[in-house]
Design a protein around this ligand. Structure first.
Ligand code: AMP
Length: 282
């Protein structure tokens, strides 16, 4: 059993705890999460501990990144369970602020990243990246870590965060970490808990369809034909609907005509009321 994880809930407590560790000469790694933790989140904590001497996880279900019709109210919450998992992964401190700490009355600022946040997820969930960029900017400025760790699972989000840190001169290294998957290849996600047994079986098809699309495009098939075929395969496999399957430039997410530049395949599809996203290097 690991020792119970210290938890702080205010910016002042967070900064005091971090300042004390800096006095000891320790570097600080930050891992922002919305809780309902799984091995994907814990891999970020382990990466933070490898890069930095002191790992801080944050737990905040950020209302600003959910639209009114989305799953904010039913998003899974288990702070005690999360704290136990974090401690077992070597995390040193949990920052779990209340909503009023992050967004006190009168809060009026938002961070909007253009270009990379306007397509794909940005088109499907227009409020989403504004909410993410605002909360991540706040967390980075509250903690002022040496490095912050994010999953490639949310690839477009990772690009948005790299962009905002660069544009706003926030002195932090943004580190992207590989996607952790279940045995059948399904990307781990807190939202997988919503899936029925039947939906869970279909969900595993997402990564197979993406692998097939990667093979097809390497074999010379045109990008738009491969995207359309992958879309059809997902529907045939039992996905309720497909928001997008897109093969894009890996740095800008702009459309590409051929594999002459580094590329990434990204997909979002629905199983009943659950929306799954995934991506892979092409
Ligand atoms: P969330 O709690 O879903 O907002 O995710 C918090 C962080 O964990 C984000 O940086 C995610 O990209 C990352 N993450 C979520 N799922 C995975 C996964 N399967 N593998 C690696 N990182 C992940």
């Amino acid at each position: 059993m690991s020792a119970p994880l210290p938890i702080v809930r205010t910016v002042a407590e967070l900064r005091a705890a971090i300042a004390a560790k800096r006095q000891e000469g320790k570097t600080i790694g930050l891992v922002p999460t919305m809780g309902a933790l799984h091995e994907g989140h814990l891999s970020l904590v382990r990466a933070a501990k490898q890069h930095c001497r002191f790992a801080v996880a944050t737990l905040f279900v950020n209302p600003k990144q959910f639209a009114p019709h989305e799953d904010f109210d039913r998003y899974p919450r288990d702070e005690a369970g999360d704290a136990t998992l974090l401690a077992s992964a070597g995390c040193d401190l949990l920052y779990a602020p209340e909503r009023a700490v992050m967004y006190p009355d009168g809060f009026a600022t938002s961070v909007l990243v253009s270009s990379v946040s306007t397509m794909l997820e940005g088109q499907m969930r227009p409020h989403f990246f504004g909410g993410v960029a605002t909360v991540v900017t706040k967390l980075l400025l509250q903690a002022m870590p040496d490095a912050a760790f994010f999953g490639e699972k949310d690839y477009q989000q990772l690009l948005v965060i790299k962009q905002l840190a660069r544009d706003l001169d926030i002195p932090v290294e943004i580190v992207g970490c590989p996607t952790m998957r279940e045995h059948d290849g399904l990307a781990m996600s807190s939202r997988n808990a919503y899936l029925s047994a039947d939906e869970r079986r279909v969900a595993a098809r997402l990564n197979f369809v993406m692998h097939d699309a990667i093979k097809a495009v390497h074999a010379g098939a045109p990008v738009d034909a491969v995207e359309a075929e992958a879309n059809r395969h997902l529907t045939a496999a039992g996905f309720t609907s497909v928001d997008y399957v897109a093969i894009r430039n890996a740095d800008t997410l702009k459309p590409i005509a051929s594999l002459t530049e580094p590329a990434r395949i990204l997909a979002a599809a629905w199983l009943g009321k659950t929306r799954l996203i995934d991506n892979m290097a092409v």
